[in-house]
Structures are given as C-alpha cells and as structure tokens.
Design a binder for this molecule. Sequence first.
Ligand SMILES: [Zn+2]
Length: 165
Amino acid sequence: MSITVMRQVRFCAGHRLLNHEGKCANLHGHNYIVEFHVTGNDVDELGRVVDFAVINKLFKGWIDENWDHGFILWDQDDNAINALEQVTPNRIYQLPYNPTAENMARYLMREIGPRLIETIKGYDLKLSKVVVWETEKSSATVTCDVSRESADARLQFTNATRSFN
Ligand SMILES: [Zn+2]
C-alpha cells in the first residue's frame, strides 16, 4: 500500500524559451503553482504520511530562495543572462535546459526533490510526482514510478546476492 500527500507552492518568476517560434522567446513572467506529491508506505502514530508543514518548509523554502521573484533561464542563453546581470539586484537561476514547465518539473523531480526529501528523518518517503502549472490552463507533470523503483532496488539486491554465490 502507498499513500500520497500533496502540497502546492506558489511563486512568481520570469523566463523565456530560447529559440521559441513565437512570443515565448521574449522575457516574460508567470504566476506558477507547483504541486509536490510525496508518497509513503505507512502513516505515523498521528496518522500522517508526513506533516504538510514539513513538506511546505522544505519545498517552499527552496523555491523562495531560488526561483521566486527571479528569472529562470537556460544556461546557454548568454544573451538574456548577460542582459539581466546588468540589473542590480538580480536573481537569475540557470537551468541546464530551456525553462519550459516540463523541464522545470523534471529539474525539481530529479535534481532538487531527492536531496530535500532525504533531510526528513524517520520517514520512508519518495517524491512521486511534480506538477508545474505555468498558467491555470497549462501544466506539465513528471512522475516517478515508486513501485517500479522498489522493484528495481529488489532486483539489484537479488543480483548482488547472486554474485556472492
Ligand atoms: Zn512562459
């Protein structure tokens, strides 16, 4: 059995999509909503997968420090980065790919989520889904197959055991 809880984090940021065919090539901004879905296999003695405040502190904390009221740009986008660096103060966050909703969700899932989740001691939790809402009509979802991951872990264990025999 698995149980999933979700916390929304809202923030404002600017970006642009390098080489976009239309208006998204211009610097512009969004009121983003990110859903962080956290999955556990059990509840604690109070009946929680994990306290919502704990997830909020971790993920909203990271977003507030890194993305909120900043510009999220592809690290290849020298033109925009150089221009924005002329402004003081500035907050520029460079991604290894274009800052689409898909890539932002992927980045949170792969690069940020695991190390934040690890800091929650005493719980066996996985970040199982990240949804980035760019507008109220447009979102991108990245999911991690939690059951498959534990199956892979079991498989690795089996292979390791076999190699000792
Ligand atoms: Zn946009």
